[in-house]
Design a protein around this ligand. Structure first.
Ligand code: BTN
Length: 249
C-alpha cells in the first residue's frame, strides 16, 4: 500500500470554468501523469456531466459543487465496496453538517437524500490492476445554491434552509470530510464504516415501493450484503438485488 498519510485533499485544487465532465478531465490528467493522489478538479459548469448507469448530471452554472477527486488507494478489489461506503459517508457528513435538523440519509447505492429528495450523487470510476484498485476518480455533485429543478425529486442545501452559501467554503468543508473518511478506509475501519452506512440507510426497515422486471412491488429495505447488493425483505423472504436489477419507485 502507498504511504497515504502525508497528503491532503486541500493542497492541490484545480478549478475550471467549463468542462465536459470533471471526471473526464481528472481521468485525462491522470493518464498524462499530471495529477496524482489527492488532486481535486472542480468546475462552474459541466456540459456533459455524467451520472450512474449512463445517466446525465445537470447542474446550474456556478451554483453547486461539481468535483472529482483522484485517489491511488491500492486497496484490494474486495474492498471496493468500502471505498463507495466511505465516500457516501463523507458526503452524508457534509450535508448533515449544514442541515442538522433535516432527515439526511444515504440512498443505495451512492446518493444522499434530504427529506426524501436527492441532494447529492457520486460516480466512482476505478482502474483495476490485477487484484488491486490502482486509481479511482471519485466524482461528486452536491446541489448547494440551485433552487429550481426539472425533477421534483431533487433538492439543494439552499432549498432546505433558505440560505445562500459560499461555494469555496462548501468545497473546503466537503474535502475535509472526504479526507477524514478516506483515512478511515485506509486505516481498515471497515466495521465502523459498515455500521454507519447502515445507520443512515435510506428507508431502512420501512415499507417501500420498488420495480424489478417491469413489475412494481412492496418490500422492506434491510441494507446491503458484502457484495454491495441491496437486501430487501419481500413477503417474509430475503432477496438481494444488484444495481441493474431493481429500481426505487
Ligand atoms: C449520480 O447520482 O448519478 C451520480 C452523479 C455524479 C455527478 C458528478 S458531478 C462531478 C462528476 N463529474 C461528472 O460528470 N459526474 C460527477
Amino acid at each position: 500500500m502507498l504511504d497515504n498519510s502525508s497528503f491532503s485533499f486541500l493542497q492541490h485544487h484545480l478549478h475550471l470554468s467549463e468542462v465536459s465532465s470533471t471526471n473526464d478531465v481528472a481521468k485525462q490528467l491522470a493518464e498524462e501523469n499530471l495529477v496524482k493522489q489527492g488532486y481535486v478538479i472542480t468546475a462552474d459548469y459541466q456540459n456533459t456531466g455524467r451520472g450512474q448507469a449512463g445517466s446525465g448530471w445537470e447542474s446550474e452554472r456556478g451554483k453547486n459543487i461539481i468535483c472529482s477527486l483522484v485517489l491511488n488507494s491500492n486497496i484490494p478489489i474486495e474492498f471496493q465496496l468500502y471505498l463507495n461506503i466511505s465516500m457516501c459517508l463523507a458526503v452524508y457528513d457534509f450535508v448533515k453538517q449544514y442541515c442538522s435538523n433535516a432527515d439526511v440519509q444515504i440512498k443505495w447505492p451512492n446518493d444522499v437524500y434530504i427529506n426524501d429528495k436527492k441532494v447529492a450523487g457520486i460516480l466512482i470510476e476505478n482502474s483495476v490492476q490485477g487484484t488491486v484498485i490502482k486509481q479511482s476518480i471519485v466524482g461528486i455533485g452536491v446541489n448547494i445554491n440551485q433552487t429550481g429543478f426539472d425533477s421534483h425529486k431533487a433538492t439543494s442545501l439552499s432549498a432546505i434552509t433558505g440560505l445562500t452559501y459560499k461555494l469555496e467554503e462548501c468545497i473546503s468543508g466537503l474535502l475535509h470530510h472526504l479526507e477524514h473518511r478516506y483515512h478511515q478506509l485506509l486505516a481498515g475501519a471497515h466495521a465502523d464504516l459498515w455500521h454507519q452506512y447502515h445507520e443512515f440507510f435510506y428507508r431502512k426497515n420501512k415499507k417501500t415501493q420498488f420495480n424489478a422486471d417491469a413489475v412494481d412491488f412492496e418490500g422492506i429495505p434491510k441494507g446491503i450484503d458484502e457484495a454491495g447488493r441491496l437486501v430487501v425483505l419481500i413477503k417474509n423472504e430475503v432477496k438481494t438485488f444488484n444495481v441493474k436489477e431493481i429500481a426505487w419507485v
